[in-house]
Design a protein. Structure first.
Length: 227
């Protein structure tokens, strides 16, 4: 059985990484138009880099929770495509391989001048130079901002359409194009399941509600017991 899984911020929330909707979270302290758009970066790159330096430091200190670890076990036992909107590396720390990061990674840098991408776990500064072209002042996080096209969409859509089961975990289902994945699965007659703190209202065949650290391991153990 091929399982295609989409994960969102709800999977990492219990590891201390806030979601967009946390009442007192990091996102409520900043205007997204200023820190998560190409226009915001063009206006004040130092502010944007400082914001992501904070997020990167937070992600470096985070550890995978039971949901990440359960998905790691599932991937070791089943044919699984793991697609994530998350920009942390907690899935990899939890044992998953081949993760499809459609929104990029906090731990990669991108040169806005030449498009070069490279690993980068430390802070970024406006004085940084691209190691490929040498341009200074064009280094940014390799993250898909609002108004930009998500990465690896062809791969993600193909994995979902070819799956026997599509599972959406910890995502609100409001940010496109990922919000349309369940419809892609339905059109391909793929069975669908949502695991979420609360039902998103999407057209899933089955919904299980609860914290990711509880519902995901329980579901994975069910599958592994049937293998």
């Amino acid at each position: 059985m091929h399982i295609a899984i989409l994960t969102g911020a709800g999977v990492s929330a219990e590891s201390g990484l806030g979601t967009f909707r946390d009442r007192d979270g990091l996102w409520t302290q900043f205007d997204l138009a200023e820190v998560a758009t190409p226009e915001g970066y063009a206006r004040d790159p130092a502010k944007v880099l400082d914001f992501y330096n904070m997020r990167r430091a937070n992600a470096r200190d985070a550890t995978p929770n039971a949901a990440h670890e359960a998905l790691g076990r599932l991937g070791a036992a089943h044919d699984m495509s793991l697609i994530t909107q998350n920009i942390d590396d907690l899935h990899e720390q939890g044992g998953a391989t081949g993760v499809i990061h459609i929104h990029g990674s906090l731990f990669e840098a991108l040169c806005a001048a030449c498009g070069h991408v490279w690993p980068h776990r430390g802070d970024m500064d406006i004085g940084d130079a691209c190691p490929a072209c040498g341009t200074v002042g064009t280094v940014r996080p390799n993250i898909v901002w609002f108004g930009e096209i998500p990465y690896h969409m062809d791969e993600a859509v193909a994995a979902i359409a070819a799956a026997d089961l599509f599972v959406s975990i910890g995502t609100s289902g409001t940010v496109y194009p990922a919000a349309g994945f369940v419809e892609i699965a339905r059109e391909a007659r793929v069975r669908t399941l949502e695991l979420n703190l609360e039902a998103s209202g999407g057209r899933f065949d089955e919904v299980r509600e609860g914290p990711a650290s509880e519902v995901v391991p329980a579901w994975v153990e069910e599958l592994l017991a049937k293998a």
